[in-house]
Design a protein around this ligand. Structure first.
Ligand code: ATP
Ligand code: MG
Ligand code: MG
Ligand code: MG
Length: 562
């Protein structure tokens, strides 16, 4: 591709509203431009990189037995009403009406569309399992679109869905998809971890996220280099949110409970010390204490309390003992309060135990300045409550480290969440109708592009790993006005292409300094400079990553760079 004929609008200055490396560099190196908040145009260079990532994704999906299809982005509301998500998904789902006032959603994800598609066509166990994927733009009206391509409102996702006649079959395919994801992110050159994740609003049980290690990640993961164990501790979103709001912090102290008891009183009731009680109830993240509460239906003194909250004290007693002594039954947990004041949090926890409900319902939690963004499953989460850096890991192999992670992929065993709600059944071997068992598997393709840039850059610009670089060779004619240099460059461009190299050719009428600076920004692995020595048949090659350069004769060039 000739640079004079394409569109790579580089910038010398760091754009004011871009606060992380990938966002700054993708703007400065002329890969993307923002249209509106969280909405971007991918310029020619980014389009090539996206296609390379997509090609890796396609190859690994096909290898795992998934077939590509393409579903509509425009989805009728009826489907989302059938699954129930029309009412629970919230403002993130972009909704609209057509000219007949019929309601539609712009696809945030495609469980509904694919479930209805498969439901209408697949009737027998003989047609299962089935595994389908697509690569497509998704729409989510994110509360805080930010960090450029990392959190957009329109972004590119690979989403796959599998349908099964048995849970064993789902387990098998889940395993294959997990392996495919590992292959994809390894081939992209990324330093990532697959972590146990929270099942969140999706419903379902087994789930893993693929996290690219990066300081700008919005998730916090606990992992160890010498162990298989790695998990998303799911605290970060709540902490971030809390730190943003001073008003909410104030209101935390206003919690009122019907029957105030001191921490000492409760500790003595439970036959433990105050310190031990606090330690069991709370855990610490980033110097903040976090209270974890249980949600679910609890029976207290024969009265059914629906949807109230009680403190999770799984460390103090078994579920049964807990139920008997304080009337709280661990069910689902979520972080609901965060503060650096241990006494405030401990007091909330104690009142929660005493009253079974913390004197609060969902409404009050908003009042107390705590927002429950998600639930986590107790069995996954209980392990994590007391984890801190330096702990031995749960499998006894190595010590826990914390790191920030960017979620680039997510695999999920959905079970029958959608098939039951939408009546997607098949006839089993005995001719009985059964709900299909499902899995879903997402990769943020545009987010992955930004995550790669986040991990591969230096002070001069992007440094692409070879597998996803937009070109292999950046050919630069140092002085395009010099006839000899122009001639040698033109010929070299043709020869390199002929030899099978992907070449970006800077044939522009610009100063050499400008070309070199742009080349560093753009980040192609190998640079070939045609300069003064061209007349003697010598060019310079330079490695973008190491900065090392050497002179090579034209006849040796292709051999040296291949
Ligand atoms: P997040 O926790 O970052 O909001 P998510 O859990 O809501 O992501 P999924 O529903 O699991 O996202 O979607 C599958 C993948 O799509 C994610 O793993 C991520 O890589 C990507 N993705 C999700 N939201 C965005 C977004 N707003 N911009 C870019 N990529 C996204
Ligand atoms: Mg999200
Ligand atoms: Mg997530
Ligand atoms: Mg996810």
């Amino acid at each position: 591709m000739k640079q004079s004929m394409t569109f790579i609008p580089t910038l010398r200055e760091v754009p004011a509203d871009a606060d992380i490396k990938s966002h700054q560099l993708l703007l400065r190196a002329g890969y993307v431009r923002q249209n509106a908040s969280g909405i971007y145009s991918y310029l020619p260079l980014a389009t090539i990189v996206l296609k390379k990532i997509e090609q890796i994704v396609r190859e690994e999906m096909n290898r795992a037995g998934s077939s590509e299809l393409l579903m509509p982005a425009l989805q009728q509301a009826e489907l989302w009403q059938e699954s129930g998500r029309w009412y629970t998904y919230g403002p993130e789902l972009m909704r609209m009406k057509d000219r007949h006032s019929r309601e539609f959603a712009l696809g945030a994800t495609h469980e509904e569309v694919i479930t209805s598609l498969v439901r209408d066509e697949v009737k027998s166990y003989k047609r299962l399992p089935l595994n389908l994927f697509q690569i497509q733009s998704k729409f989510r009206d994110e509360k805080r679109p930010r960090f450029g391509l990392l959190r957009g409102r329109e972004f590119i996702m690979k989403d796959a869905y599998s349908f099964h006649a048995s849970f064993e079959s789902l387990d098998e395919v889940y395993e294959k998809m997990y392996q495919a994801y590992s292959n994809i992110f390894s081939r992209c050159g990324l330093n990532y971890r697959a972590v146990i994740a929270d099942s969140g609003a999706m419903g379902g049980k087994d789930t893993h996220e693929f996290m690219v290690l990066s300081e700008v990640g919005e998730d916090t993961i606990a992992y160890s280099d010498t162990s298989q164990y790695a998990a998303n501790i799911e605290m970060a979103p709540v902490i971030n949110q809390y730190e943003k709001s001073g008003e909410e912090a104030q209101s935390l102290e206003k919690v009122e409970t019907p029957d105030q008891k001191t921490i000492e009183e409760v500790a003595s009731f439970l036959n433990t010390s105050k310190e031990q009680l606090i330690k069991s109830l709370l855990f610490k993240v980033d110097e903040k204490f976090v209270l974890v509460l249980v949600r679910g239906d609890h029976e207290v003194n024969d009265i059914k309390i629906k949807n109230l909250y009680g403190a999770s004290i799984v460390e103090l007693a078994t579920a049964e003992e807990t139920k008997q002594s304080v009337g709280v039954m661990p069910g689902y947990v979520g972080p609901v309060a965060v503060s650096s004041e241990v006494e405030i949090i401990a007091d909330m926890a104690v009142q929660a135990i005493v009253n079974g409900v913390c004197g609060a319902n969902e409404e009050n939690f908003h009042y107390t300045g705590v927002n429950i963004e998600r639930d986590a499953n107790v069995s996954q989460f209980a392990d994590l409550r007391f984890i801190k850096e330096g702990d031995l890991s749960p499998d006894g192999q190595g010590f826990i480290q914390f790191a920030k992670g960017i979620e680039v992929g997510h695999v999920f065993k959905l079970g029958t969440r959608y098939s039951e709600a939408m009546n997607a059944t098949f006839l089993d071997e005995n001719g009985r109708a059964q709900p299909m068992i499902m899995g879903c598997y997402g990769i943020g393709v545009s987010r992955t592009l930004a995550a790669i840039v986040e991990q591969f850059n230096d002070e001069k610009g992007i440094v692409w790993p070879a597998a996803v670089a937009p070109f292999q060779v950046h050919l630069i004619s140092a002085n395009a006005k010099n006839d000899v240099q122009a001639e040698v460059s033109d010929k070299l461009y043709a020869d390199l292409k002929e030899a099978g190299f992907e070449v970006l050719y800077d044939d522009r009428n610009e100063r050499a300094g400008v070309k070199f600076a742009d080349s560093d920004l753009i980040g192609i692995p190998v640079r070939v400079v045609v300069g003064k020595q061209a007349a003697d048949g010598i060019v310079e090659i330079k490695d973008r990553k190491t900065g090392e350069g050497m002179d090579v004769s034209l006849s040796d060039l292709t051999g040296t760079i291949s």
